[in-house]
Design a protein around this ligand. Structure first.
Ligand code: NAD
Length: 497
């Protein structure tokens, strides 16, 4: 019998009759069952979180007690790091090297960072406005916050949102993707072991289309923090408009990497492989459009294609594996459809574009890393997010053209600039319409640095002080201090007194 993973609602683990089969994308086999929330469990979770916020101890705890709990969650993740990495790999198809060295330790580090810094972020500010008035700026928790997580970084993105939301004093309902709920549900156990008060964290696994509206439109929910696709983001914004509430939206991307001719080609190629093929290209910040200056284009592309063909595909639980399977067959079909359309629209397929023939991979959702060149800027693949191991490599002649190409997208999540001329790169970074610019690197996320996109990539920040403050509301308290102890308003109707 496969193990069942229960929900966490109001301090109790809840098993539901309805279960979801959880699939290992490397093998296509069912590895577990997860309880799935119906509208009844959504109601219970909202009730639990609301009660815990309005009457419970979590928002009222001293900051040092809250810090203790957040630190305990970080330690709990580290204590179970090996187990969590294995689970994440089995559930998401992410190579074990990535989950072991990136996802799981980074999730723990985010909790640690927030534990050490949030008291400073919550510091009240005293302002002297004039001789008659002074003010205090006070940060308060939002209330009940719903955190909705995608499948590409299941534990890490949950940690980004949860650490800040909790430390700010909110109670939360965490909804992982129904494809990858296992590490979030395991995190529920860590949270219970850490001893958080009941209802402070509720974790409900469920299908977004069936429970999303009930969860996001409810008046008792004060804020939605969403990471996922633009289609789901649009739906959620429609739901939240029924009872106005704050939302942050971390959506898709079609990011551009600009490679100038003065780079060390080997470094630029190796790093560019990482910028698109890590996590099978299923990264919101994937550099799915690489633009190379014409002088080095041929050399770059020959080197890039040769190395792409050398990427080792394999079962995700093998430490030697460099590229695992896509998350699902549906995702693979979507990727294939994009490549077929791109070819019809004139793109040149340089390598990949096929399901790898190796016998050991035949039951998983593997797909060969794919390079396309001479892609028409008006074609679908140039403009839309594929979310798979597919890269476009086109050329540019000068900085002006590079900037125009980078900005020729409805998205504005991230961009890379590769050149030895750092002053030039910094100047160019100001002109690129994206929330994160990496100069001579890729994918460096720091807990100290706010992260989030522009344009159709959404709004709001994760991480850093600014990301933390998203989970607070700002109140100003004005104190009259007129010199004669009579406030200015006293004189409007009361001149004669
Ligand atoms: P998705 O939109 O299909 O699902 C994301 C989450 O939303 C899941 O938990 C899902 O169950 C839920 N959901 C779906 N429909 C919903 C609805 N109507 N109401 C409420 N919840 C709903 O996205 P995905 O396929 O899991 O993730 C891939 C997408 O996420 C890509 O577009 C990627 O770019 C984006 N992403 C963005 C960032 C970022 O930081 N900007 C990070 C990671 C992923």
């Amino acid at each position: 019998m496969t193990p069942n993973h229960p929900l966490l609602i109001n301090g109790k683990f809840v098993e539901t009759k309805e279960r979801l089969n959880i699939i290992n994308p490397s093998t296509g086999k069912v590895i577990a069952e997860a309880s799935i929330a119906s509208l009844k469990e959504v109601e219970l979770a909202i009730d639990g979180a609301r009660e815990a916020f309005d009457k419970g101890e979590w928002p009222k705890l001293s900051l040092s007690r809250r810090k203790d709990f957040i630190s305990r969650i970080a330690r709990g993740i580290l204590d179970k790091a090996g187990e969590l990495a294995k689970l994440e790999t089995e559930n998401s198809g992410k190579p074990i090297k990535e989950t072991t060295f990136m996802d799981i330790p980074s999730a723990a580090k985010t909790f640690e960072y927030i534990a050490h810094n949030f008291e400073g972020f919550l510091k009240e500010e005293d302002l002297t406005i004039s001789s008659e008035a002074k003010a205090k700026l006070v940060r308060e928790p939002m209330g009940v916050v719903v955190l909705i997580i995608p499948w590409n970084y299941p534990l890490l993105i949950a940690a980004w949102k949860l650490a800040s939301a909790l430390a700010a004093g909110n109670t939360v309902i965490l909804k992982p993707s129904s494809l990858t709920p296992l590490t979030a549900l395991e995190l529920g156990k860590i949270i219970q072991e850490a001893g958080l008060p009941k209802g402070a964290v509720n974790i409900i696994n469920g299908n977004g289309a069936s429970i999303g509206e009930a969860l996001c439109s409810d008046k008792r929910v004060d804020m939605i923090s969403f990471t996922g696709s633009n289609d789901s983001g649009r739906q959620i914004l429609r739901y939240t408009s029924k009872n106005i509430k704050k939302s942050i939206m971390e959506l898709g991307g079609k990011s551009a990497s600009l490679i100038f001719s003065d780079v060390d080609i080997d470094i630029a190629v190796n790093s560019s492989l990482c910028s698109i093929f890590l996590n099978q290209g299923q990264m919101c910040t994937a550099m799915s459009r690489i633009f190379v200056q014409d002088k080095i284009y041929d050399k770059f592309i020959n080197n890039f294609v040769a190395k792409t063909q050398g990427i080792k595909l394999g079962l995700a639980d093998n430490y030697e594996t460099q590229m695992g399977p896509l998350i699902s067959d549906a995702q693979r079909k979507k990727v294939i459809a994009y490549i077929e359309k791109a070819k019809r629209e004139g793109a040149n397929l340089l390598c990949g574009g096929n399901i790898p023939p190796a016998a050991e991979l035949k039951n998983g959702y593997f797909f060969a890393p794919t390079v396309l060149s001479e892609v028409n800027p008006h074609s679908h693949i140039f403009k839309e997010e594929v979310f798979g191991p597919v890269v476009i490599i086109n050329k540019f002649s000068d900085a002006e053209q590079a900037e125009a190409l980078a900005n020729s997208s409805d998205f504005g999540l991230a961009s890379c600039i590769w050149t030895k001329d750092i002053d030039f790169a910094e100047r160019l970074s100001r002109k690129i319409n994206a929330g994160v610019i990496w100069i001579n690197t890729y994918g460096m996320f720091y807990d100290q640095l706010p992260y989030g996109g522009f344009k159709q990539s959404g709004f709001g920040k994760e991480l850093g002080k600014e990301g933390f403050l998203e989970y607070t509301r700002l109140k100003n308290v004005i104190i009259d201090q007129a010199p004669d102890s009579k406030p200015l308003v006293n004189y409007w109707y009361g001149l004669s007194s």
